[in-house]
Design a binder for this molecule. Structure first.
Ligand SMILES: [Zn+2]
Length: 253
């Protein structure tokens, strides 16, 4: 199989949105059976889980054409604990002299998936424009995104997820409506750990920016903003109280 076969397949294939969801859910269920330890609180993700995912996706969505197009070029998988902002990364290694493909690699950011859905960060998580309810769904969306990167590299050499062709393919095969993620990053956790009663914060509420002091933190923070029209407090000043999700607060230094 050649790149023109895969290209032809991409042009010729249209999958009904319900059918897309169906296939994604079958892989979801399969992954839970194949890798039961993914449901563990620690989210133990292994390279072989990614290899398994690749085979499932390639079979269910691309009729095995990705593997076919790779030919003898190795595709390796890596679980990265160092990646702290990108959800995953697909790269191609080439011989600098001959230009020949040596290998492809898909690396998935473990830290981001692990921190999502289990820390104090309680907010909606979207990956590729789709709401995710657990880490396995987030992993699938991230992985699907990387598959499109791989396919673009195989067929067109270059891949760019902010470009139209990528987004059209991601929508066509996986129903993706975006190309970014809102997984919990170490920076976000770090920032939230710095939020405690007394911290001065800035936030936007109904289009206006306010500065105030955190009064109390639960799933949201109550923030007291000085306001002559507000309620009098024991320090002799008047405040209005706002309840704001933690991720919408910026510390003021
Ligand atoms: Zn991308």
């Amino acid at each position: 199989m050649s790149r023109s076969d895969l290209r032809q397949y991409l042009f010729a294939t249209r999958i009904d949105p319900n059918e897309i969801r169906d296939r994604q859910q079958k892989i979801y269920a399969g992954l839970q059976t194949h890798s039961p330890y993914l449901a563990d609180r620690r989210f133990l993700l292994l390279e072989e889980d990614l290899a398994w995912l690749f085979d499932q996706y390639d079979t269910a969505f691309f009729a095995g054409q990705c593997r076919g197009c790779l030919g003898g070029t190795p595709l390796e998988f890596r679980v990265s604990s160092r990646m702290t902002s990108a959800g995953a990364k697909t790269s191609r290694h080439r011989n600098p002299h001959t230009g020949q493909d040596l290998k492809y690699e898909i690396a998935v950011a473990l830290t981001l998936l692990r921190q999502t859905f289990q820390t104090e960060v309680d907010r909606e998580i979207k990956v590729t424009g789709l709401v995710c309810h657990d880490r396995i769904e987030a992993l699938q969306r991230v992985f699907e995104h990387e598959l499109i990167h791989l396919i673009e590299m195989l067929v067109w050499d270059v891949s760019n997820c902010s470009a139209e062709r990528f987004q059209a393919l991601a929508l066509q095969f996986f129903g993706h409506t975006g190309h970014q993620h809102t997984l919990v990053t170490p920076r976000e956790v770090f920032r939230l750990q710095g939020m405690r009663p007394g911290t001065m914060v800035r936030f936007t509420f109904e289009g206006r920016t306010h500065v105030g002091r955190i009064n109390r933190i639960t799933k949201r923070a109550s923030v007291l903003v000085e306001d002559p029209e507000g309620v009098p407090y024991s320090d002799g000043r008047n405040y209005t109280k706002y309840y704001i999700p933690l991720n919408m607060l910026e510390p003021v230094t």
